[in-house]
Design a protein around this ligand. Structure first.
Ligand code: SAM
Length: 287
């Protein structure tokens, strides 16, 4: 486990992931019924952008750094407001020093009846996360393999909610593992929303991932992706995607408003592009 999110927090990939995440939670809040968010690869929950790690890569400057300075179209700004406000609350003096990881962003958006289960395997990150949410009865932090949690925690007792799957992609075969685990999780809880973050480093691998998902037989999957530069032959992070199973009905339209603004803001030298694609449609009823 070499991956440390502190080097990458707030980069363009976090922005895309957290923008989609916040819209899904806002949708879940439209109904009174409580919901649960299960974050299978949670990280430490909060990142100091002035830390040695964040300063070493400077990745946040091309992500949340640009976003907070950008002139966004009105409709996009409105849809991004819950996410942008969650960043602003942490940085009240207009500076940008703290960035919310997914558990902190989710926690800020929950109502008093909603719950978060945050799972993190790295012992140091898990203990930071536990300390961060100590005494918060709405949040449960579990030090565990997130893939195991998918089996153990589903379905949640609320029977409504979201599973965020955000693995570090440091081991080979991560795309295959996602398809296999997602299929099993979906069998345990077909009604849950699942949001899976993935990197775009090599277009062929992403195409194979989408094809495998189509073959997995999981209905209702939409993919939201952004490229910050034209795909290169080098294995660099040219973009990323969020794949959403059972997407809330307004999500695709909302993202068609948000993503052009994000692509313009995050793309390198004006070469950002975005894509919304239905990977799988409604289930075909069997006789
Ligand atoms: N979701 C976080 C966010 O948006 O702020 C970022 C998560 S980071 C991309 C991936 C995290 O997964 C790292 O903190 C890493 O320690 C953790 N991790 C790696 N393997 C894991 C596993 N098998 N189960 C749970 N967490 C794992």
């Amino acid at each position: 486990m070499n991956y440390r999110h502190a080097y990458h927090a707030g980069n363009f990939a976090d922005v895309v992931k957290h923008a989609v995440l916040a819209r899904i939670i806002e949708y879940l809040k439209r109904k009174d019924k409580p919901f649960r968010v299960i974050d299978t690869h949670a990280g430490t929950g909060l990142y100091d952008l002035s830390s040695e790690e964040a300063q070493k890569t400077g990745e946040w400057r091309g992500g949340v750094g640009r976003l907070m300075d950008a002139e966004l179209p009105k409709e996009a700004r409105k849809l991004l407001a819950p996410y942008l406000d969650a960043v602003r609350v942490l940085n009240p003096d207009d500076s940008l020093r703290l960035y919310p990881g997914s558990p902190t962003l989710v926690r800020q958006l929950l109502r008093s009846r909603d719950r978060l289960t945050a799972v993190e395997l790295h012992p140091a990150d898990a203990s930071l996360l536990k300390a961060r949410f100590a005494g918060d009865f709405q949040v449960r932090v579990i030090e565990l393999d997130g893939w195991l949690a998918l089996g153990a925690q589903l379905p949640p007792k609320e029977k409504r909610g979201l599973v965020l799957i955000d693995p570090p992609f440091e081991e080979p075969g991560e795309f295959d593992r996602i398809v296999e685990r997602l299929r099993k999780a979906h069998r345990r809880w077909p009604g849950g929303i699942y949001a899976v973050w993935y990197p775009i480093k090599e277009i062929g691998a992403v195409k194979g991932f989408h094809d495998a998902l189509r073959e997995a037989g999981i209905p209702r999957i939409t993919d939201f992706s952004i490229l910050i530069r034209s795909p290169s032959s080098e294995p660099t992070l040219d973009g990323c995607g969020m794949l959403v199973v059972n997407p809330p009905f307004p999500l695709a339209d909302e993202m068609r408003t948000v993503m052009p603004a994000l692509a313009r803001c995050l793309g390198e030298r004006g070469s950002g592009s975005w894509h919304v694609e239905e990977i799988a449609g409604e289930a075909v009823p069997s006789n």
